[in-house]
Ligand binder design. Structure first.
Ligand code: AMX
Length: 434
């Protein structure tokens, strides 16, 4: 057993009695109530999921295993020669809640290298799809195509005890995660670089190899590490994480569960917003015809979008009520690496104007930017200008937290998810509508 798996086993054994005790002794304690507006309105704010990998506070933003984003980056060992930690060290951290040593992180890097090879049939499937397919459709198809590799599904067929389920889930999660950079970069080069593929470099870590296969020079390896970690987890009520948890609760394996979540991430109100931010910004800059944008011009573009009934992409959030710290973290990266980049200046100008416009518009509960408002600028600066690819990057990142989460779901024996629905007539009855 790997050191990570051994550590995880200890954590699981220590955690199980906590869950058992809560269920046995405190199962009837109320933590939430549901109103009619929550039942109709997408269960907003209903506390009915348990997730230990991360927690999202509306004012503070995300904490991974109790640490804010800056604390996480400061605590984890940096990848040698890099300003950021490896994704592999973060995988250790999000799974166990403990910061790995540099040696332990190295061990995971070595383990992931062994799991990295993608079966040839996955590339054949992707090549058989129309080149016009959206990169997210390709990404989801590639993950589903690999379902036959699932150790969990095979062991389940043979007969698997409930408390042992986490082990094959852990193996599937690790195998699947290690392959995602190869699949992502393959889709990018298939679709946008005439299928000129760059083979994986066995000397590199998750983020470094991704940058190498994308064909983008340093410091894009650090951009990849930062990006994947920032997008990894946002507790489990969001569409992608919730879908992955829900599908896995039927004891579907990690391949089925992750591809389902990727399909949810592909929606414009969720992950696709990062593509739409760049499309929106580029469209409006094109209209300016090279003219320097002013705050007045941006204000008008924002009102035009709102008045045509569309949402301003990259702004608003279902939980957050302040600027997303993932936005801030990427803004700080831009301030350091590309302070004078014109597109960054435009994004900053939008940040100055958009919250005021959204407040005046009076609908959005949160007028502040989310993670997607800033992420495309960095990609664009390093030459990845094909913005329909951006949500695949988000998906690779999101896989980290959600695969850790479903490993824990199986470790703690969480049951199949099945909330109760009611009819409109029942709501009317409950409300006493005549
Ligand atoms: N532009 C215009 N209108 C907005 C808005 C925005 N950025 N954000 C919210 N609103 C509107 C909603 O559409 C809703 O209008 P309605 O009453 O006519 O239906 C109203 O304001 C109230 O919505 P809310 O309670 O503030 O937000 P929500 O929880 O329903 O939705 C979100 C959250 C993110 C879907 C929404 O803010 C949005 O559409 N933002 C733009 C798309 C985006 O950036 N998505 C990415 C989010 C982060 C992520 O998951 N990657």
């Amino acid at each position: 057993m790997s050191t990570l798996k051994e550590n995880l086993l200890k954590k699981i054994e220590a955690h199980r009695p906590r869950t058992t005790r809560l269920l046995k002794e405190y199962g009837d304690v109320k933590i939430s109530e549901v109103t009619i507006s929550q039942a109709i309105g997408g269960a907003r704010g209903v506390r009915c999921l348990v997730t230990d990998t991360s927690y999202l506070d509306p004012m503070e933003g995300i904490r991974f295993r109790g640490k804010t984003i800056p604390e996480t980056f400061a605590a984890l060992p940096k990848y040698p020669g890099s300003e950021y930690p490896s994704v592999e060290s973060f995988w250790w951290f999000i799974l166990t809640g403990e910061v790995p040593t540099a040696e332990q992180a190295e061990e995971v890097i070595a383990d992931f290298k062994k799991r990295r090879k993608v079966p040839q049939y996955v590339f054949d499937v992707l090549r058989a799809m129309p080149r016009s397919s959206h990169p997210m459709a390709m990404f989801s198809a590639a993950i589903t195509a690999m379902q036959g590799e699932s150790i969990f599904a095979e062991e389940y067929r043979k007969g698997l005890g409930k408390m042992d389920m986490w082990q094959p889930m852990y193996e599937d999660a690790s195998n699947l995660l290690a392959k995602l950079p190869v699949i992502g970069a393959f889709i990018y080069r298939l679709k946008f670089k005439d299928d000129s593929q760059i083979p994986s470099n066995p000397d590199l870590d998750f983020g470094g190899d991704f940058a190498h296969m994308m064909g983008v020079d340093k410091p894009y390896d650090d951009v990849a590490r930062m990006y994947f970690i920032l997008h990894s987890d946002h507790e489990s009520g969001n569409v992608s994480a919730h879908t992955i948890h829900l599908v896995a609760s039927a004891l579907s394996d990690a391949y089925y569960a992750l591809s389902a979540g990727i399909n949810g991430l592909a929606g414009p109100l969720h992950g696709l917003a990062n593509e739409n931010v760049l499309r929106w910004t580029q469209d409006f800059m094109k209209k300016l015809g090279g003219q320097e944008p002013t705050e007045e011009v941006i204000k008008k573009a924002l009102w035009d979008t709102l008045n045509s009934g569309q949402v301003v992409p990259g702004y608003g959030h279902a939980v957050l009520r302040k600027t997303d710290p993932r936005y801030t973290s990427q803004m700080e990266f831009c301030q350091k690496h590309l302070p004078d980049y014109p597109l960054f200046k435009v994004i900053n100008m939008i940040y100055k104007v958009a919250p005021g416009v959204l407040m005046e518009h009076g609908k959005a509960k949160n007028p502040w930017p989310n993670v997607d408002a800033q992420s495309g600028v960095i990609q664009w600066y390093y030459g990845v200008t094909e913005y329909s690819f951006y949500t695949v990057l988000f998906g690779i990142g999101r896989a980290i937290g959600t695969l850790a989460n479903i490993t824990w779901d199986r470790a703690l024996g969480y049951p199949i998810e099945r909330p109760k629905s009611v009819t409109t007539a029942m709501l009317e009855d409950a409300a006493g509508v005549k």
